[in-house]
Ligand binder design. Structure first.
Ligand code: SF4
Ligand code: SF4
Length: 344
């Protein structure tokens, strides 16, 4: 097969066909000086290892659960003060109630069953308690933030769907509230699944955003078959696109791992610039870059963060991605298959 032409010209979801537009009010956007005065001396890109050709574990860069953990804590505090939109504030109140959701103690005896038995039950349970996507993989310690440790051998990674019509209003309040709400679902889903694993007599450790300081979930999601890394720095799933949030449970329950799902999103990104063009602070790189020993798409942290903070979480790139439009994934896959046949 010779790839002589782009797999697609990314016309689906682009231009007038794409319901996500960059609002005019952000055409000449520049960061609020009050926020920029809180910028730390160190670049977030340096913390993330941009330009490093050798592998190292990642460093936790944002969404700390208190001061003294990340360099950008003062900017995170500014986010809380600046974003008091009513729907988002109400969603935060609702989400906080989930902090009280307890996980039962582990049962003293392990339930009988082999890996295929527990895999079917765990995936069914994950969907029952809120997951739209679920995959399993061996836990790779390379994903742990430096200084963190975890000896559980497997991870169940789940995708929590966001309402597309609501997310179309990103970065405004209804979308910001939807993100907070679905982060709540991330918490409840992980806790309810961990509860079930404990009932079977196995260890379980929940890990979900946004305060996710143990390990970086994107590579785990890719390894677990949830999708591929997009140019916008999020996972692209073949059915949900990027319109979902990640949550996970680490465990020693015997489970079968999934294969990664390389369906063509990376190849599609090569010829698509939708997220690059829609991002107001121009944070999304058009080309892959070296990050801690891996050449991959990367979002400039220092450019994204001020806009992200000012708009209560932005999310425009995730919803503008053509794969995120409901029902479009199959259409894109069919077109890519036809183009491959023509080029073969
Ligand atoms: S989330 Fe960040 S990278 Fe994505 S569009 Fe908004 S500012 Fe740009
Ligand atoms: S991640 Fe960006 S470049 Fe890739 S398909 Fe989505 S919008 Fe296009």
């Amino acid at each position: 097969l010779q790839q002589s032409k782009p797999l697609l010209d990314a016309s689906i979801g682009n231009g007038k066909d794409n319901p996500v537009k960059k609002p005019d009010k952000y055409a000449d956007w520049s960061p609020d000086p009050a926020q920029m005065a809180l910028k730390p001396d160190v670049s977030g890109n340096e913390i993330n290892g941009l330009g490093e050709h050798d592998f190292r574990r990642p460093d936790f860069v944002y969404w700390a659960d208190g001061p003294g953990i990340t360099a950008h804590w003062d900017m995170q505090k500014w986010f809380y003060g600046a974003n008091t939109k009513p729907l988002m504030t109400q969603a935060r109140v609702e989400r906080a109630k989930l902090d009280d959701l307890d996980i039962a103690a582990k049962a003293p005896n392990r339930a009988a069953g082999d890996a295929s038995h527990f895999t079917a039950l765990a995936k069914s349970k994950a969907r029952e308690v809120g997951a739209a996507l679920v995959g399993i993989t061996t836990f790779n310690k390379d994903w742990l933030y430096r200084g963190k440790e975890c000896n559980l051998p497997r991870v169940i990674v789940m995708g929590i769907a966001q309402d597309y019509e609501t997310m179309l209003q990103a970065p405004d309040d209804p979308a910001a509230a939807e993100v907070v709400k679905q982060y709540g679902t991330c918490q409840s889903t992980a806790k309810l699944l961990a509860n079930w694993i404990h009932q079977q007599g196995y260890n379980a450790l929940t890990h979900f955003g946004p305060m996710s300081g143990l390990y970086t979930m994107v590579p785990a999601a890719i390894a677990a078959g949830l999708g591929e890394l997009g140019k916008h720095g999020s996972v692209i799933n073949r059915t949900l696109g990027s319109n979902f949030r990640l949550t996970s449970v680490l465990t020693d329950m015997p489970l079968d791992g999934d294969e990664s799902d390389i369906f063509g999103a990376d190849a599609f990104c090569e010829n698509c610039q939708i997220c690059v063009n829609i991002c107001p602070p121009k944070a999304i790189g058009a080309e892959k870059q070296w990050v801690r020993g891996v050449e991959k798409y990367y979002v400039n942290f220092d450019k994204c963060l001020p806009f992200f903070n000012e708009t209560a979480g932005c999310g425009m790139c995730m919803v503008a991605c053509p794969w995120s439009r409901p029902g479009v994934g199959d259409n894109l896959l069919n077109k890519m298959a036809r183009r491959r046949r023509v080029d073969a």
